[in-house]
Design a protein around this ligand. Sequence first.
Ligand SMILES: *[C@@H]1O[C@H](CO)[C@@H](O)[C@H](O)[C@H]1NC(C)=O
Ligand SMILES: *[C@@H]1O[C@H](CO)[C@@H](O)[C@H](O)[C@H]1NC(C)=O
Ligand SMILES: *[C@@H]1O[C@H](CO)[C@@H](O)[C@H](O)[C@H]1NC(C)=O
Ligand SMILES: *[C@@H]1O[C@H](CO)[C@@H](O)[C@H](O)[C@H]1NC(C)=O
Ligand SMILES: *[C@@H]1O[C@H](CO)[C@@H](O)[C@H](O)[C@H]1NC(C)=O
Length: 352
Amino acid sequence: MTPPLTLLFSFLIAITMTQLVTFVVTQPQVPCYFIFGDALVDNGNNNALPTVSKANYQPYGIDFPLGVTGRFTNGRTITDIIGQLLGFDNFIPPFANVSNQEIDIGVNYGSAGAGIRDETGRHLGDRFTFNRQILNHATIIARLSLLQRNKTFTQEYLKKCIYVSIIGSDDYINNYLMPNNYPTSRIYTIDQYATTLVRQYSQQLTALYKLGARKIAVFGLGPLGCTPTEIARFGTGGKPCVDLINNASSLYNAKLKPLVGKLNSNFPDARFTFINVTISPSASQQVGPCCQVREDGQCIPNSIPCPDRNLTIFYDGLHPTEITNMGIASRSYNAPSPMDASPYDISGLVQL
Ligand SMILES: *[C@@H]1O[C@H](CO)[C@@H](O)[C@H](O)[C@H]1NC(C)=O
Ligand SMILES: *[C@@H]1O[C@H](CO)[C@@H](O)[C@H](O)[C@H]1NC(C)=O
Ligand SMILES: *[C@@H]1O[C@H](CO)[C@@H](O)[C@H](O)[C@H]1NC(C)=O
Ligand SMILES: *[C@@H]1O[C@H](CO)[C@@H](O)[C@H](O)[C@H]1NC(C)=O
Ligand SMILES: *[C@@H]1O[C@H](CO)[C@@H](O)[C@H](O)[C@H]1NC(C)=O
């Protein structure tokens, strides 16, 4: 009488244990991951918008498992790779067509041409500006709250997620550095412009905090003056990059890093961290783009890209190749030096 029961019991325990093990192995390090930003993270949000800033054509995606998706690179973006480092099996879906079944793992709001400032990128067409991305996030939270049917649970849940924000490049490339399209360079000096951008970003990051974000990685600007398109537009005077533009982005970064410190002291229950985007090309890498580029820096549709994408830093005139993205993502997740991420790298944010 008892043996079968014992057997049944051990059988049930075995099943539970197996499920537990599988559960532990496939579980990401955090339950959810939300992505904000520009073309460096856009994964198809611009595809249906009236804009020239979309990458849903070949040769974009040539090395991506799903092919052409609207990503502005040959393979994975910086945030795709961070998602994999965090243990997510699937890429975070784009806001543009995320289903209710998917929203609990997170949403990618990124949109090419978007800036901290609303007018940034306007000459290219429509885009989800950073302010619109925050509004979109509020709508996602409302949906999530309905699905989870417990407001306290949803609030606690949102605190566990990782939030990544990669924005600001377009406020230079598609605003300040285009005096024929935007007046900002006549209104502000380079220093004043960095100050006003960081002040506005501070308000936006505070809005994200108020929507429940507690673990937030804030990316600085990369060396914008080294992009092939900016080099073609401005010339380098014999230097490898456009110094004036790199100085402008360094100045912005130098103001952004202390903002992160200030937000951490204003909101002691949150952890913001500054990620320093640097590019360290290997000796074999070339500085030009891999694909043939249009005047706006994007690949010419259906053009044949370079055969080995690992040999260029940039895929088109403005956006890095997957190999460059891998370097940026891995240093942000596991920083070899406090210069790369401070006060935490993303693996450190996870553990807080
Ligand atoms: C929407 O989702 C489908 C399937 O999940 C995908 O094939 C399509 O490319 C997505 N559209 C956008 C705009 O990302
Ligand atoms: C709602 O979620 C909270 C936090 O997870 C939990 O303590 C509480 O029991 C839940 N309430 C209901 C009615 O399920
Ligand atoms: C850029 O900054 C460096 C170091 O501060 C300075 O020497 C150089 O003159 C600056 N170049 C331009 C073009 O502003
Ligand atoms: C980013 O890293 C570079 C190289 O280590 C360093 O020169 C620069 O000061 C860092 N920037 C910030 C804002 O920490
Ligand atoms: C390019 O780099 C990726 C990522 O490191 C690697 O998987 C791939 O094998 C490399 N391709 C070539 C041709 O070296």
